[in-house]
Design a protein around this ligand. Sequence first.
Ligand SMILES: NC(=O)c1ccc[n+]([C@@H]2O[C@H](COP(=O)([O-])OP(=O)(O)OC[C@H]3O[C@@H](n4cnc5c(N)ncnc54)[C@H](O)[C@@H]3O)[C@@H](O)[C@H]2O)c1
Length: 327
Amino acid sequence: MRIFITGGAGYVGSHCARLLRESGHELCIYDNLSAGHRGAVEASELVVGDLADVKKLHQTMSDFGPEAVMHFAASTAVGESVKEPLLYYRNNVVNTVNLLEVMKSLEVKKLVFSSTCATYGVPPKMPITEDMPTHPLSPYGRTKLIMEQVYADCSRAWGLGFAALRYFNASGASFDVTIGEDHKPETHLIPIVLQVALGQREQVEIFGDDYPTPDGTCIRDYIHVEDLADAHQRALLTLTPGKQIIVNLGTGSGHSVKEVIDVTEKVTGKKINVKMGPRREGDTPSLYADPTNGQKVLGWQAKVTNLEDIIQTAWEWHREHPNGFAE
Ligand SMILES: NC(=O)c1ccc[n+]([C@@H]2O[C@H](COP(=O)([O-])OP(=O)(O)OC[C@H]3O[C@@H](n4cnc5c(N)ncnc54)[C@H](O)[C@@H]3O)[C@@H](O)[C@H]2O)c1
């Protein structure tokens, strides 16, 4: 298949692109490199461009002639979205509408989309199923939910087939340690704890230890990035024009912040300095997926389910690439 990938030079996108390339698909990666890295992709597949540049987007897509689009490009920091909501509505909503307009004009009717568990807000119970109410707590989560609703409208109006994949916490690195996570600034727990292990940070701050969880710290579902890539490939093969898929991508198990720190100490053999801080606004005590719908709809289930294995792959990447892609 010919697949157009927005944001394919970013963390999750580059791992998916690699799997698709290895499976024999032809790729065009469209990324403005605001957060992505040249070193994460094949140079011959990369077009440096912005989704806001509709003329370039249209030209690039029509030259390539894709059968499907995978849309990873977005602004992704929850905290920043609270301070700069318009930036998020412009990049995640307006620019995605640009993409849909070009897809419609070229009659491309398959879209795999990076959605998020942040669409749920505070779910009524755990684990989270896709039919639970969606009340996002941040502008970031709202932009993703809005786009899911826009896709459903486009599906009814002109036959767009879409898969909204609601990831939980993407983590880990490629098994061969050639690509991994490199966000600047880093906001995700596992890479931050590993930066402490590497001596690049003095400590990790825990935002609250008085939550109603067994050790008082927040619980999240860490899903390996290679498992995410596998789910994307399956979604692509499952999609047909007009089809609507919404699937949680998680392991089904939750791990607390303290557990992540303890396991990191075990994996790295290093002491992790911790600073206790107050709760952070907008954090939900516990979020973990019920992944059974992914099995039913995509025939998918996470293979890397052990937190130690997830952190091990991340550790190998960060140890071998302490400065990330270092461009
Ligand atoms: N990482 C996670 O834990 C997680 C969890 C849930 C959902 N998601 C979603 O998955 C997707 C990928 O996340 P990630 O962690 O790989 O993020 P990332 O920042 O590493 O990747 C996003 C990529 O999009 C590119 N980009 C951003 N705006 C663009 C624009 N206007 N035009 C062209 N390119 C643009 C960036 O340069 C970057 O390469 C995002 O949509 C994110 O919201 C991520």
